[in-house]
Design a protein around this ligand. Structure first.
Ligand code: PEP
Length: 265
């Protein structure tokens, strides 16, 4: 039986939205959030952070940065530190998103350093991992996921479950409309949770939230949410549309124990 975990739903706005649109969207999310619903975090691009922090003042909706540099300060033009994100009102940060790995050649070791930096700054990282279509086609999914998670274990030692979350994001499902099947998602989440249990112990691993990301939309959120190790979503495209994102939040609300969870033989 899976322990009770409060669902977490995160909106990755990527490099989208101008300030006015972003403020409207943030207001819509803030007005829909409820105490018995999922925890909700918005990840706007860096220039939007002050405006969205101001919209979210007094709201339980939290704010996050889409990336951070491993150092606290220094000569790194174009980069942002975790400490600066905290100063801008962030509580969370995305680490290791596949678009960062692809566009900025971020290796597992760079991602691990960023995870350490997030904790140093007092941020809660959402640590992203996932295989490409080619890796899955070659039967390498399990090895790739374990390798990516293995690299994070040093950063996670001595951390409590509420200080971070993981996000399984198969690269082939991101922004493609091609969602992973619920059984594929459950298999990946359970694999990673087992590895966390071995490395960090049951008490830490059991309450860790493992999110799914990859073309999540209102139409597929409920069936994914029915899987026992799916603890919420990291949503890209659909998070830019208030109606869709609110529907995903609503379909995630029953995660965490009260709703019947699917069982696979
Ligand atoms: C993402 O970027 O994290 C993501 C899951 O995007 P999308 O929902 O558009 O696939």
């Amino acid at each position: 039986m899976s322990p009770r975990r409060r669902p977490l739903v995160a909106a990755n706005w990527k490099m989208h939205l101008m300030r006015g649109e972003a403020e409207l969207l943030a207001r819509a999310v803030a007005s829909a959030v409820t105490a018995d619903g999922p925890e909700v975090v918005l990840f706007p691009s860096f220039p939007l952070l002050p405006a969205i922090a101001s919209v979210l003042t007094g709201s339980p909706v939290e704010l996050g940065g889409q990336d951070l540099h491993a150092e606290a300060a220094g000569a790194h033009t174009g980069d942002v530190s975790g400490e600066q994100l905290v100063d801008a009102g962030c509580a969370w940060v995305l680490v290791g998103h596949s678009e960062r790995r692809r566009d900025h050649a971020e290796t597992d070791s760079v991602v691990a350093d960023k995870a350490v930096a997030a904790f140093r700054a007092g941020l809660r990282p959402i640590l992203c991992f996932g295989e490409t279509a080619a890796e899955r086609a070659q039967g390498g999914t399990e090895a790739v996921l374990l390798r990516q998670v293995e690299a994070l274990l040093v950063a996670l030692a001595d951390r409590r479950a509420e200080e971070f979350a993981l996000a399984y994001e198969p690269v082939w499902a991101i922004g493609t409309g091609d969602t992973a099947r619920p059984d594929q998602v459950q298999e990946a989440h359970a694999l990673v949770r087992r590895r966390l249990q071995q490395a960090l112990g049951e008490a830490v691993a059991a309450p860790v939230r493992v999110l799914y990301g990859g073309s999540v939309k209102p139409e597929n959120a409920a069936e994914l949410a029915a899987e026992p190790d799916v603890d919420g979503f990291l949503v890209g495209g659909a998070s830019l549309d208030a109606e869709k994102f609110l529907a995903i939040m609503a379909r995630s609300a029953s995660l965490g124990g009260s709703a019947p969870r699917r069982r696979h033989p």
